[in-house]
Design a protein around this ligand. Sequence first.
Ligand code: NDP
Length: 366
Amino acid sequence: MITAQAVVYSQHGEPKDVLKTQTYEIDDENLASNQIVVKTLGAPVNPSDINQIQGVYPSKPEKTTELGTSEPSAPCGNEGLFEVIKVGSGVSDFKVGDWAIPANVNFGTWRTHALASEEQFIQVPNPEQSKTRGKPNGLTINQGATISVNPLTAYLMLTHYVKLIPGKDWFIQNGGNSAVGKYAIQISKLLGFNSLSVIRDRPNLDELVSELKALGADQVITEEQNASKEFGATIKSWVKETGGEIKLALNCIGGKNSTGIARKLANNGLMLTYGGMSFQPVILPTSLHIFKNITSSGFWVTQLLKNNEDLKKSTLNQIVDWYEDGKLRDAKSIETKFEAGGEKQLHELYIEGVTNSSKGKQLITF
Ligand code: NDP
């Protein structure tokens, strides 16, 4: 028997008010033939995890009494990296020691262990396997635990909707220093697209610009520069130099920050909205629709990949390859280790993680 713990909620609300640690047993001596037991290596706190607990996110895990809770409860967390520690007799895709990530969202990754069927997981190489294949690097726990949302989002937004011509075309994004934004900068460089990233002004602006340029950013400007008519000429000259167009805008902020990037699109350009960090609606001037035929559309990685396992696997393989070859750098997380029987219960650690999310992505390791 394995004694496992999971962070669960039975009512929606603020995480500090509704999260609990549930302890439950996994009978690892009597597995069904297709079952595997995994132990968690790391699971992050994403903005969508918080919204899910608050009850304001459209996709939600089902509330059940499966983990032995007195009331129907749902496990928290959507992303995570796991190590296989036991396999049933008929399991063909996994062996003990393999690394795995959940195949779908709503798995409930804020837990120490899980019992699942093999179809519920996708294998990713552990460092030993990468080495055997002659790769210079293996995945780190942070890379594996945060692989299925942000890098996939950046890659798919850059490749799935608009055909950008390498060496010529540009994309523009706000929230250029967000985790997704940093992946978009790096992936666009790997694919040969030009990037124009808009960030908020700050006292250490030069430092942040240098950091983004070190990741491969072509141009980084402030919201004020992006809003300035005079500065528009500079942007036009950059685009003219490459002989391409700004065909794609990626919006994770909304409000006037979305207007700012939409205005820079060429005729027939597309703005994909994937986040709303300012909580303001997307604002698009009528003229952009009529005279420039701009399209504004939404992007949701969960929905796009829900019924498209092949796209998910091929995108994941590409990201894994880049990590193994040292071509892609992960967005760093602030890591906190959970000690079973330690001072803090698992849900207390995650509540702290939620609170500290404004200081950077939080990853609980096990
Ligand atoms: P991060 O926490 O890494 O970055 C947040 C970004 O938002 C920073 O650039 C920050 O800028 C900026 N920001 C925060 N508040 C404001 C504000 N009021 N006005 C302007 N800028 C602001 O986030 P992630 O990269 O993890 O996620 C970004 C967004 O994308 C989230 O909304 C997330 O839910 C969404 N997302 C959506 C996906 C989808 O499929 N639709 C998939 C993945 C993420 P600063 O440094 O200046 O504070």
